[in-house]
Write a protein that binds this ligand. Structure first.
Ligand code: NOJ
Length: 752
C-alpha cells in the first residue's frame, strides 16, 4: 500500500488559481462593459442566437423549417453568429445586415474547418498518426489562413474526443484513443488556428468539441448514450479539453450525448463547474446543432422553454440552430426562472471573443477579395498538406522488403475502385472542397515513376445512384470488372491494390456495425492474390478496419487513411521510397469487430491471464485473442529501429529520468517515434496497464544510434482521483520504452 497521497490542486486538479491563459485584456473588458451597459435584454439574447446560412445544412432542418424572418432578425440584432456562410461576398452581405442593427454589433462567422478549407490536409485521425506536433500545427495554420481568406473567423475544431470504438464514424475527426497524445495534438491545433494574435486577419478562433465524452457513444452508434465512470471522465475524456483550454482556445462546443443521465448541453458540472469554474475559461460555449431542442427527446425537458432554461442555467452560451433561446429566454428572465446575470455573462463572453477577433475595429476584417484570390490553394499550402500527408502514412507490414518499389524494371498493375478516385481521399468533413480535387494514387504513381501504369478498378465504387451521401456503399454485387483485373495481375510483377472506405463512409452519422473492407473489395483481393502473391495493399479509410485476413495473407500493407488533396503524391512517395514512412497508429486495430472497444490503456482486471484463472475463468474470448491486430503506437518503416539500454534513474524530488538507445539498423535514413509508457502498479484507484507519458520523434541516418532522454515528474506519474483531484502516490512504477505500445523494454522503479 502507498503510504501517503499528495494532492496537487494548484497545478492539475480543481485549480482555484486563475491561470495566465485565461486572463482577459483590461482594455477589451472595458469596451465589453461599455457595450453591455447600452444593451437591452433582447439585444443580449440576440447575441446568444446562431443561425445556419442559406445553404449547406450540417444537421437536420429545425422543426418548423428555417427561421422565416432570418433577414429581419439579422437587422434587428437578434442574431449573434452565423454558420455555413462562406466566401467574402456572402459574408460581407450578412455582416452588412447585422450592422444595420441599433448597436451595429458584427457577427462571428463559424464553419466546420476540420482538416483544411479548400486545400485539404489528411483527416485528423491520420494527422495524429504522424505524432508530429509541428506539422499538425502548420496544417491547422494552413486551414485557418484559407478559411480566414474566405471570410470565416471561427472554426468548429479541433474535435478532441477520445474514442475507443472504430464503429463510431467520427473517429476520423479526432486524434484516437490516447489522452496524452490527444492533449498534445489538441494544443497544437488550437495554436495553429489561433496563432499568437487573434486579431490577425489570417487567424481564426478555435472551438474545442464535443464537451464532453461524445466519443464514448455506446456501441459506437452516433448520438447514442454515454455511460462512463468519473475515473474515465477525468483521466481519459477531459485531458485533451483541458490542454486545449490551456492553449488559449476561445470557444467550446458541447455535445449531443448524455452523461450520467444529464445531456451535456444541460450539464452544469461540465460547463459551469469544470470548464468555467475550475479551468477559468473566459470564452464562450456554443451548443451543438439543435442540441438545446434535443433536450426534449432526451426526456429532460418537457418543451422548448424548459430546454432553454436548463441549457442557459447549465452554461451553454450560444444556441446553434434550435431557436429556443430566441423564443424563450426573455420570458424566462421576466418570470424569474433565469437570472438576467446569466444572460449578461453569456453575452459578455461572446462579445469578448468578437472584440478579440478585431471585429469591432473592422467588421469586414475577414472580407478581403484580394486575399481570397491569392491565399487559397497556393503552393505553400499545397506543400504543407503534402508533407503532412506523407507523415500520416503508417506502414503496417512489409514482408521480404517488397516495398519500396523500383521506379522502373518491374511491371506494376494498379487495381481497386479507389486507385484512380479523386474524391474519396478528401475524406469526410470537407464542405468547402470540391469533389475530384485530390491527386489520385494513379496520378501520383505515374508522376513519381515517370511511367504509365496498367490500371483496373476491378469493382465499381458505387452501385446505382445514391439518393443521399449515407447511401454511398461500395458495390456489393457487380463482378464484371474482376476478369480484367485478375488478368492484369497475372501479367504484372507487382500488384498495388487500393481498397478501403469511400470518403463519406466515416464522419458524422456514419457509424458501421461491420468494419471490414466493404463491398466486393475483399473478394477482388482474394481473386488477385490467387494469381499473384506480390500484392501491396494500400488502405484508404477513416477508421481502424478489421483486416485480420489481409494481415495474414498480403505481404505488404500501407495504411493511407484519407489523406486529403495531395493524397496520391504522398502515397507514391512512400511506395517508391522517396519518403521512408514514419507514422504510428493513434488507435488500436482490432482483429474482429467483436473485440471493440479495444484499446491499449485498459485495466488489468482481477483475472488478467490464464495463470490466475485456469483455462476458463479468466478475462478472455473463447473464439478470439485478446490482443489487437496492430496495437496503438505501431508502425514500421523501411529501416528497422532497434531499442536497447533502457535506464531509469531517480531525479530531483519525485522525478525520474528515462533514457533509451535507438539505432537505425537499415540502409535508409528514417524517423522513429520513441514512446514512453508507465504502469503505476498499486494505487488508490486502479491504473491502466500502460499509459503513454512522453514521446519524441527523432530522425536517424542509416546506422545512426541515439540516446533519447525524458524526464517524468509528478505531473506525469500521478492521476485524477474520483473527486477530480490530481494526486501523486509514491510507490512502484513500471517504466517502459519502445517503438509501439507492445514491444517495449521495461524497468521497475520505486519512488518512496
Ligand atoms: C454537428 C456536429 O456534431 C458538430 O461537430 C458541427 O460542428 C456542427 N454540426 C455544425 O456543423
Amino acid at each position: 500500500m502507498k503510504k501517503w497521497i499528495l494532492i496537487l490542486p494548484l497545478i492539475y486538479g480543481l485549480g482555484w488559481m486563475v491561470p495566465a491563459w485565461s486572463q482577459t485584456d483590461p482594455a477589451i473588458e472595458a469596451k465589453v462593459d461599455a457595450l453591455l451597459a447600452r444593451m437591452t435584454l433582447e439585444e443580449k439574447i440576440g447575441q446568444m442566437n446562431q443561425y445556419n446560412g442559406f445553404w449547406n445544412f450540417t444537421g437536420p432542418a429545425p422543426a418548423g423549417g428555417e427561421a422565416a424572418n432570418k433577414f429581419d432578425n439579422l437587422k434587428s440584432g437578434m442574431v449573434g453568429s452565423m454558420l455555413n456562410v462562406r466566401g467574402v461576398e456572402n459574408v460581407r452581405k450578412v455582416q452588412e445586415l447585422a450592422l444595420q442593427s441599433r448597436l451595429h454589433i458584427p457577427l462571428i462567422i463559424g464553419f466546420d474547418v476540420i482538416h483544411g478549407y479548400q486545400t485539404l490536409s489528411p483527416i485528423p485521425l491520420a494527422e495524429a498518426a504522424s505524432w508530429d506536433l509541428a506539422a499538425i500545427q502548420r496544417s491547422a495554420k494552413v486551414a485557418a489562413t484559407e478559411a480566414a481568406a474566405s471570410g470565416i473567423n471561427w472554426t468548429f475544431a479541433p474535435m478532441v474526443d477520445i474514442s475507443r470504438d472504430a464503429r463510431w464514424g467520427r473517429v476520423m475527426e479526432g486524434a484516437g484513443e490516447d489522452p496524452f497524445l490527444g492533449a498534445q495534438i489538441a494544443a497544437a491545433r488550437v495554436q495553429g488556428f489561433q496563432g499568437r494574435d487573434l486579431s490577425d486577419p489570417l487567424t481564426i478562433a478555435a472551438c474545442v468539441k464535443h464537451f464532453a465524452a461524445y466519443g464514448f457513444a455506446e456501441a459506437g452508434r452516433d448520438y447514442n448514450t454515454v455511460d462512463i465512470g468519473t475515473s474515465t471522465l477525468y483521466n481519459m475524456v477531459l485531458p485533451p479539453f483541458k490542454a486545449a483550454a490551456n492553449a488559449g482556445a476561445r470557444t467550446f462546443m458541447n455535445s449531443f450525448n448524455e452523461i450520467n443521465g444529464i445531456p451535456a448541453t444541460a450539464n452544469a458540472l461540465l460547463q459551469r463547474d469544470i470548464l468555467k469554474g475550475q479551468w477559468g475559461f473566459t470564452g464562450f460555449v456554443v451548443s451543438d446543432w439543435g442540441s438545446i431542442g434535443e433536450l426534449i427527446p432526451h426526456g429532460l425537458a418537457r418543451d422548448g422553454k424548459q430546454a432553454a432554461e436548463l441549457a442557459v442555467n447549465a452554461g451553454s452560451d450560444m444556441d446553434m440552430e434550435s431557436y429556443n433561446y430566441l423564443n424563450h429566454l426573455k420570458s424566462l428572465v421576466e418570470s424569474g426562472q433565469v437570472d438576467e446575470a446569466l444572460i449578461t455573462d453569456a453575452a459578455r463572453r461572446i462579445l469578448r471573443v468578437k472584440f478579440e477577433l478585431g471585429l469591432f475595429d473592422d467588421p469586414y476584417r475577414y472580407c478581403d477579395e484580394e486575399r481570397e484570390r491569392t491565399m487559397i490553394g497556393n503552393s505553400d499550402e499545397m506543400d504543407a498538406v503534402l508533407q503532412m500527408a506523407k507523415k500520416s502514412i503508417v506502414l503496417l507490414k512489409n514482408e521480404n522488403a517488397l516495398l519500396p518499389l523500383p521506379k522502373s524494371g518491374k511491371k506494376v498493375a494498379l487495381i481497386g475502385p479507389l486507385a484512380a478516385d479523386k474524391t474519396s481521399p478528401l475524406g469526410s468533413w470537407r464542405p468547402a472542397a470540391d469533389d475530384g480535387t485530390a491527386i489520385s494514387v494513379l496520378e501520383g504513381m505515374e508522376r513519381y515513376s515517370g511511367n504509365r501504369l496498367m490500371h483496373y478498378p476491378g469493382v465499381k465504387l458505387f452501385e446505382g445512384e445514391p439518393a443521399f451521401v449515407t447511401e454511398l456503399q461500395i458495390n456489393e454485387t457487380d463482378t464484371t470488372g474482376f476478369a480484367a483485373a485478375v488478368n492484369g495481375a497475372k501479367q504484372a510483377d507487382v500488384v498495388v491494390m487500393v481498397l478501403g472506405e469511400h470518403g463519406l463512409m466515416t464522419g458524422e452519422g456514419r457509424s458501421r456495425a461491420f468494419i471490414d473492407i466493404p463491398g466486393l473489395q475483399e473478394e477482388l483481393l482474394k481473386a488477385v492474390l490467387a494469381v499473384n502473391s506480390q500484392v501491396v495493399l494500400v488502405l484508404m479509410n477513416g477508421r481502424p478496419l478489421a483486416i485480420d485476413w489481409e494481415a495474414e495473407h498480403v505481404p505488404a500493407i500501407v495504411e493511407a487513411w484519407h489523406l486529403g488533396t495531395q493524397s496520391g503524391n504522398a502515397i507514391a512517395q512512400v511506395l517508391y521510397g522517396d519518403y521512408n514512412p514514419s507514422g504510428k497508429l493513434p488507435m488500436s486495430f482490432p482483429r474482429s469487430v467483436g473485440q471493440v472497444p479495444i484499446y491499449y490503456n485498459h485495466k488489468s482486471t482481477g483475472r488478467p491471464d490464464r495463470a490466475g484463472g485456469g483455462m476458463v475463468f479468466w478475462s478472455h474470448y473463447n473464439d478470439e485473442s485478446n490482443d489487437p491486430l496492430y496495437p496503438f503506437g505501431f508502425g514500421i518503416g523501411y529501416s528497422k529501429m532497434a531499442y536497447s539500454d533502457l535506464r531509469v534513474t531517480r531525479g530531483s524530488g519525485n522525478s525520474i529520468t528515462v533514457q533509451v538507445n535507438v539505432r537505425n539498423m537499415g540502409k535508409l535514413a528514417g524517423e522513429e517515434v520513441v514512446q514512453v509508457y508507465i504502469h503505476d502498479l498499486v494505487a488508490s484507484v486502479t491504473r491502466p496497464v500502460k499509459e503513454l507519458k512522453a514521446f519524441e520523434k527523432v530522425s536517424l541516418s542509416a546506422g545512426e544510434s541515439r540516446t533519447v532522454r525524458f524526464t517524468l515528474d509528478e505531473s506525469s506519474l500521478g492521476f485524477y482521483n474520483n473527486d477530480g483531484h490530481w494526486v501523486f502516490e509514491p510507490g512502484d512504477f513500471m517504466i517502459m520504452a519502445g517503438g509501439n505500445s507492445v514491444d517495449v523494454l521495461q524497468e521497475k522503479i520505486t519512488i518512496q
